[in-house]
Design a protein around this ligand. Structure first.
Ligand code: AKB
Length: 310
């Protein structure tokens, strides 16, 4: 039976990942941790700042975990507003978590992102291996993070694994400080006000994914046969490539009077334009069977139904 410490457990991915892992492996075996205080009555919880390496080590040792899923990080727009903090948290936290994995011989997962790519990367069908010259602090952190995880695998044999996440869409916990957040807000506002003003311009394509597919990807990758993993730390995964007007049309199938207009934020628009339109996820499919279940229409139907009954 697995025993897993999840950092950043109160964030968008973490909050749903902990629930899914607890269903799969048992509540007592999943230790949620976050710098924000949590609800210990829902299962084991540690208040934890990942920039404190000793506290991270103590939590992992105390609960005798065999795996760390390290999610604590600043997203792209927040990182752009505070690059020094982003470096300290995203790189310092990752280094601390990898050190704990090395010292305690733990399996390790951390997400990379479409943000690891930059404006010189091929935009369509972005290959698994290609030019990676990001122009954001978040992207610099993600590329360096991928390489650092590779290093811990080659140098120390730590079983590091990871995926490059697209923008993630969910109805439980809203994201905070990302460039792709509009694709979550649009659903909330469609249900609340039947209107949304997008800070990302029409015609700007990015990869997006529904949370159930994102969570299944982690579980599948972590359970995959290690001998099959060539690109163990940074698999391209994708399911939906969409621009704001694609969400508009998909939502209008359920809410015909929904309207979308634009008030473009230059910072997040610049970040979005530097990212790919859609990634090629052939390696993930071949090496560990990645397959998304949700396309734009299926995701939209589920999101709107869940938000309407929330
Ligand atoms: C962000 O927009 O910063 C994230 C990401 C794509 O990594 N959602």
């Amino acid at each position: 039976m697995k025993k897993i410490l999840v950092t950043g457990a109160r964030g968008q991915i973490g909050s749903e990942l902990v629930t899914t892992l607890r269903q799969q492996y048992g509540t007592a075996n999943i230790i949620a941790s976050d710098i924000r205080e949590g609800q210990a009555e829902e299962g084991p919880f540690e208040t934890l700042d990942v920039t404190d390496g000793k506290a991270l080590y103590d939590a992992a040792e105390k609960h005798n975990v065999d795996t760390i899923m390290h999610l604590a990080a600043l997203l792209s727009a927040k990182a752009e507003a505070n690059p020094k903090l982003a470096w300290d948290l995203n790189m310092g936290g990752l280094m601390n978590a990898l050190e704990v994995a090395r010292e305690l011989n733990l399996q390790f997962f951390t997400p990379s992102s479409i943000g690891a790519f930059g404006p010189t990367t091929p935009k369509k069908g972005t290959p698994q291996e290609t030019i990676m010259r990001p122009t954001t602090m978040y992207g610099v952190n993600k590329v360096a993070g991928e390489l650092l995880c590779d290093y811990y695998y080659y140098r120390y044999g730590v079983d590091t694994r990871g995926v490059r996440y697209p923008g993630l869409i969910s109805y439980e916990t809203p994201p905070g400080g990302g460039t792709t957040d509009y694709a979550v807000e649009i659903y909330y506002e469609a249900v609340r006000n039947r209107q949304y003003t997008s800070y990302i311009d029409a015609g700007t394509y990015m990869d997006m994914m529904y949370m159930p597919d994102a969570l299944q990807a982690i579980i599948k990758l972590m359970e995959a046969d290690p001998d099959k993993l060539v690109y163990r730390n940074a698999y391209n995964i994708s399911s939906v490539s969409a621009a704001p007007e694609d969400f508009e049309k998909a939502i209008q199938k359920h809410i015909p009077d929904f309207t979308l207009d634009y008030d473009v934020d230059p910072v997040r628009q610049r970040i979005a334009e530097s990212w790919p339109d859609n990634l090629d996820s052939t390696a993930a499919a071949k090496e560990w069977g990645f397959q998304a279940e949700y396309d734009l229409d299926k995701m939209t139907a589920d999101m709107l139904e869940k938000l309407c009954t929330k």
